[in-house]
Design a protein. Structure first.
Length: 228
């Protein structure tokens, strides 16, 4: 990595941390600033703030959480990259879900780190990302490889999953599969046949889906999902 210089002095690396947990932000900032040229110049506690502070402070790098209120990290990443493509963004999160990873990269993220990564790895990854490397740890890389090798891969499915997750709507794999079949217009009997489940079991799953979506009917559920 080429060292930034300002005259004869090393120019600090300016960092914006975006995470909805203030304690995590403060702890990470304290760890990073132990290093000579790391300076945490701002913190954001939701996606909207992250976009605003990226504009205000023009950091060298943003460490971005995925799940935050008032605009998720994935959307915030996309908005920042559209206006400031030179700003490096590394997703720093607890989620290693393939949909999150793929959408983060699609939205312009320069890397993806899990919050339980060792301190040395986080620091090294920040430096590597500033030198132009894509940061994908081995645990996340395996998820990507598995997903890309899956013949049933459907990017539109990933997009819906990401939209639901961004609204804090979580579904089991079976619920999500049924949800997709509902959107495609499948009847309960057809869903049961496709998933090798009983019609009664499918109805139970659909009831849980309705609760999570806060709707009462199939039509309401489908309309809501198509509007995402």
């Amino acid at each position: 990595m080429k060292t930034k210089n300002w005259g004869d002095k090393v120019k600090p690396i300016h960092i914006l941390i975006a995470d909805d947990q203030p304690i995590f932000c403060d702890g990470l900032a304290a760890i990073l600033e132990i290093n000579d040229n790391f300076r945490v110049i701002a913190k954001a506690y939701n996606g909207k703030e992250a976009v605003e502070k990226a504009k205000e402070y023009q950091p060298d790098i943003v460490l971005m959480d995925i799940r935050m209120p008032n605009k998720g990290g994935l959307i915030a990443t996309k908005e920042i990259k559209q206006t400031y493509p030179h700003i490096i963004i590394v997703m720093l999160t607890t989620f290693s879900n393939d949909a999150y990873i793929l959408q983060a990269i699609k939205n312009g993220a320069n890397g993806y780190l899990l919050k339980d990564s060792e301190t040395d790895q986080i620091i090294r990854s920040i430096r590597d990302s500033l030198s132009g490397q894509m940061i994908i740890p081995s645990s996340v890389h395996s998820v990507l490889v598995d997903h890309l090798n899956n013949n049933d891969y459907d990017q539109s499915t990933d997009y819906l999953y990401y939209q639901l997750a961004d609204k804090n709507l979580e579904f089991t794999k079976t619920e999500y599969h049924i949800l997709k079949l509902l959107i495609s217009g499948k009847k309960n009997k057809e869903i049961a046949q496709e998933l090798y489940l009983s019609v009664g079991t499918v109805k139970n799953y659909i009831s849980q889906i309705y609760k999570k979506l806060d709707v009462r009917t199939r039509t309401e559920a489908i309309l809501l999902l198509k509007e995402l």
